[in-house]
Design a protein around this ligand. Sequence first.
Ligand code: FA5
Ligand code: MG
Length: 429
Amino acid sequence: LSIPSPPSTHPTSSAKVGDRSYPRDQWTNVTPTILDRTTAQLHRQPGHPLHILAQRVRATFSDFAFHDYLNPDVTVEANFDQLGFPPDHPGRSRGDTYYLNEQNVLRTHTSAHQTDLMRVGERKFLVAADVYRRDEIDSSHYPVFHQIEGLKLFDVSSLGPEGLGDGAGVGRTADTGPVHVVDDSGPTSANPVQEVHSRNNSLYLTEDLKKELERLVLELFRGAPSKESGAPLKIRWVEAYFPFTSPSWELEVEWEGQWLELLGCGVIQQPLIRAAGLGENRIGWAFGLGLERLAMVLFGIPDIRLFWSKDPRFLSQFTEGEITRFKPFSRHPPCTKDVSFWLSPEQECGVAANWSDNDLMEVIREVAGDMVEDVKMVDSFIHPKTHRKSMCYRITYRSMDRNVTNEEINTTQEEVRRRLVSQLRVELR
Ligand code: FA5
Ligand code: MG
C-alpha cells in the first residue's frame, strides 16, 4: 500500500512578512492564514478595544518610551537564546512556535525585544505588539494575541550602598485604598535573588515593580463595570518561573469569582543586561501583560475571535479612551461535526510518537479560518486486538459575522477530512 505524498500547500519557496522574505526550510511551519495576520495591527487601530487598553497602559507609564510598530519577525536568538531559554525548552518546539525558517520565528512574546532595546540605549520602555503561538482552539485561545512589555533599568549607585529595600511588600496583606493585595511571595530558594545582586537591591526593585503594577491594575479596573462594583478589587502575587527573570511572579486579579492571570514579571537576569552591553551598575525589572484576556473581562467580550471581527456591530460599540460594557449581538447558530480516525503506528507509540493536537488545530484553521469556534477531543481508545489508537474530535463551526449554510459547512468538513489524511496521514473511520 503506497501512501501518496502530501500536496504542497506552499506554492512559493519563501515566507513573506511585510517586505521581508524568508527562504523556507525544514523548520518552516508558518501558514498563509497566520502570515496574513501580521499586517492587521489591531493594537494600533483607534477605537479598537486592544488599542484603547494599550493606550491606558501607556498613560499609566507616561515617562516610558512607547513602541507599537516593531516587526513580528524576529530571530530565534532574540526570542529564545538571548533570554536564556535552554536548548530543550518546550516553547522552542515546532509544535508551539511558528518558524519562518530555522533561524527566524514570529515572536512568541514581546520579551523578544528586551535585549535589542536595552542595547540601543533605552532605559524605560513599553512594547505593545502582536505575538504568535501555535495553540488549541476555543473561546479564549487564538494563535495571535497581543502583549505589552514593560522594562525599567536602575543605576545601582543611585540606590545607595544599602539599597532601599526593607522587605516590605513581602508577607503583606495590604489594603491600598480600593485594592486589596495579598502577597506572601517573597524570594525563596526556588525563586531566588540572583547571586550577583545584593538582597537589598533586589528587594528594592521588587517593591518598585509591584508598586507600579498595582498602580496599573488600579488604573485599569477603576470604574470598570463589574457585577460587584463597590467591593475592593482583590489581587495576588504568585511565585513564577521565567528563564530571563529571577525572582519572578505572576499577578492575578479576582474577577467575578475567578482568579485571572494578567501578567508575568520579575527582576531581569543580569546576563541579559550584560549581553546588551551594560555593566553590573545597571539592574532592572520587566513585565509582560496579555491584552486579550484583560480586554475580555474589562469590556465583557465573550469570545477572543471577536477582536478580529470587521462587523460594525462589534467595532461601533467602542469609544477611544473609554472602557465600556460590550452588548453581545445575536450570534449565528453553531454547527458541530465529529471526525474520527485511526492514528498511523508511528504517531501513536514508541519514541517516535509524534501526534500533536496543535497540528490538527492548524489543519482545521487553514481550512475553516475564523469559522472554527472550538475543537475538543471527545473520545480516544486503543483497539484491543489491533492495538491501534482511535481519536475522535468534535469541531464547532460558527461564523462571527454571517450565517453559514449547511452546505458550506459540509464542504469545509470534507476538506478538513481530506487534509487530515494527506497532511497528517491518519486513516479516517
Ligand atoms: C510571557 O510571555 C513572558 N514573556 C512574560 C514576562 C515578561 C515575564 C517579562 C517576565 C518578564 P506568559 O507566556 O505567561 O509569559 O504570557 C504572559 C501573559 O500573556 C499571560 O499572563 C497572559 O495574560 C497572556 N497570555 C499568555 N498566553 C496567552 C494566550 N494563549 N492567549 C491569550 N493571552 C495569553
Ligand atoms: Mg504564564
